[in-house]
Design a protein around this ligand. Structure first.
Ligand SMILES: [Fe+2]
Ligand SMILES: [Fe+2]
Length: 189
C-alpha cells in the first residue's frame, strides 16, 4: 500500500501545481467529512489525494486504462472521455502505486459521475471534490448547512447542483449521475 509520501511524489511528477493543490484540499475536506460522518479519516485523506491522478492524461491514455477494468465505455463517455478519469485513476492507482484498498479504489473510480447506491467513502469523496475550499461556486451559507445534513442529503445537494451546472454549460450528464439522482430521490424526502 502506498503511503502519503509515495502518493504526493507521484502527484508532483504527474499533475500540474494547480491540481496538486486541489488534490490536497480535497484530501483535507474528505478527512473532515469522514470525521463528521464516522468513516476512516486516513482512507478519506488517501482517496482525496489520489482521486485526480488520471485527470491530466490524454484521451487515448484514458481509454487504454479503462479498457482494463472491463466495464465498457458508453457513447457519452466516448464523447466526453473526461468522465472516465475516475475509472482510469483507479486502474492507475493499482498498477502504478500498488493500491489494494477496495473502498479507496471505489471512491476514486466514481468521484466524477457518482453512481447509484453510493455510500461511505465513495459518497464522501464525491462531495469533497465538489465543495473543497478552492471551489468558488460554493457559498458560505451552504458550507454552514453541511453540519445539519446527513450524507445522503449532502450528496443530493451536490448532484442537483452539478446537473444544473452541466445544463447551464450545455454539457451532457453521465447516465450514472441520473441514476444516482433517482436513487437519492427515494431516500431523501
Ligand atoms: Fe476528478
Ligand atoms: Fe477533483
Amino acid at each position: 500500500m502506498p503511503d502519503d509520501k509515495d502518493i504526493q511524489l507521484y502527484l508532483r511528477s504527474n499533475l500540474s501545481e494547480k491540481r496538486c493543490l486541489h488534490s490536497r484540499r480535497t484530501a483535507e475536506t474528505a478527512e473532515k467529512l469522514c470525521m463528521l460522518y464516522g468513516y476512516d479519516t486516513k482512507k478519506g485523506r488517501t482517496a482525496g489525494l489520489l482521486h485526480d491522478i488520471a485527470r491530466e492524461l490524454s484521451n487515448s491514455e484514458i481509454f487504454e486504462l479503462v479498457e482494463r477494468d472491463g466495464m465498457g465505455i458508453s457513447s457519452i463517455e466516448k464523447e466526453y472521455p473526461v468522465l472516465l478519469h475516475g475509472r482510469a485513476g483507479a486502474v492507475l492507482a493499482v498498477e502504478k502505486l500498488g493500491m489494494t484498498d477496495e473502498k479507496i479504489l471505489d471512491a476514486v473510480r466514481w468521484h466524477t459521475t457518482g453512481k447509484p447506491n453510493m455510500e461511505g467513502l465513495t459518497a464522501v469523496l464525491y462531495v469533497a471534490d465538489y465543495i473543497e475550499p478552492g471551489r468558488k461556486h460554493i457559498d458560505n451559507e451552504f458550507r454552514l448547512r453541511i453540519k445539519e445534513m446527513n450524507l445522503n442529503h449532502l450528496v443530493m445537494e451536490v448532484v442537483r447542483s452539478s446537473i444544473a451546472y452541466c445544463r447551464m454549460k450545455g454539457y451532457s450528464v453521465a447516465e450514472q449521475t441520473f441514476m444516482l439522482y433517482h436513487d437519492l430521490e427515494k431516500k431523501v424526502s
